[in-house]
Design a binder for this molecule. Structure first.
Ligand SMILES: [Zn+2]
Length: 262
């Protein structure tokens, strides 16, 4: 039994069903507070949610996780679009994987980013969770169309490509961010890396086989046998049979019949 199934049978009951959707709804609530709440409340919420090495060491370990609730939306419209997208991504992923695997995938990211921020103090946001969900769903259903901003139909694979492009620009703007980018995609690489590697190796094998096959195909007009008497080949008459003479030359069944008088 693969490790993941063993873990699932032991710890599956601890998985929170609809985890992604719950996070999306909490993010919306936090966004509403940050967007419309009084100033002191905003500051309080941010302080309560963002990870801080000192606080975590003094026992506030939930700060390792709570950062995921800090929304990365710039406007109420973005909040509406991205939150509804998150709800959908969470549902698709849970249908494909079941709650336990989604929990593992999401908690891994949240926890590792929390640990990362203790050491490097990057300002974290829900973007990374969003990113990891987009990538996973894009691999599972690359050609599924979603309505961007509720109007523009775009396939999941293009959304993932846009997202990868955004990360690339992040890297160009600050090359050191490559470490954070890799770190924040480790869960995705762990789940899909072996699958990509297998696919890549398989494609290599298929390509090698095809090129062997193609190089074995001979150009038109190539023949294997030619009669040394009438110069006919099997291309001239597919019914001809050829024999090899003692001299090493070939002779067709017609000429041979003539020679032997049979
Ligand atoms: Zn012949």
């Amino acid at each position: 039994m693969p490790l993941i199934s063993t873990l699932e049978s032991k710890f599956g009951r601890f998985a929170i069903p609809g985890l992604v959707q719950i996070i999306a709804i909490l993010q919306m609530i936090v966004f509403l507070i940050l967007y419309a709440g009084p100033a002191e409340m905003k500051a309080g919420v941010m302080l309560a949610l963002m990870p801080d090495g000192g606080k975590i060491m003094s026992g506030q370990v939930w700060l390792l996780l709570s950062h995921v609730l800090v929304p990365s939306f710039g406007s109420a419209f973005a909040c509406l679009c991205l939150s509804s997208f998150s709800l959908w991504l969470g549902r698709v992923l849970e249908e494909a994987w079941g709650a336990f695997r989604v929990n593992l995938y999401v908690w891994w990211l949240i926890l590792s980013l929390g640990v990362w921020s203790i050491f490097f103090g990057f300002p974290l946001s829900s973007y990374w969770l969003f990113n990891t969900l987009i990538f996973a769903v894009a691999v599972l259903i690359p050609n599924e169309e979603i309505l961007l901003f509720f109007i523009l139909p775009v396939k999941m694979k293009w959304i993932a490509l846009l997202d990868a492009g955004a990360m690339f620009f992040m890297f160009l703007a600050s090359p050191m961010s490559i470490f954070l980018i890799v770190f924040a995609n480790l869960n995705f690489l762990a789940v899909f890396g072996p699958h990509f590697l297998k696919m890549w190796l398989h494609q290599g094998k298929v390509a090698a086989r095809r090129s062997r096959f193609e190089s074995a195909q001979l150009p038109q007009g190539t023949f294997f046998h030619q009669c040394s008497v009438c110069r006919k080949t099997e291309l001239d008459d597919s019914h001809l049979e050829f024999r090899v003479l003692d001299s090493g030359e070939e002779i067709c069944s017609v000429c041979r019949a003539k020679q032997t008088g049979a």
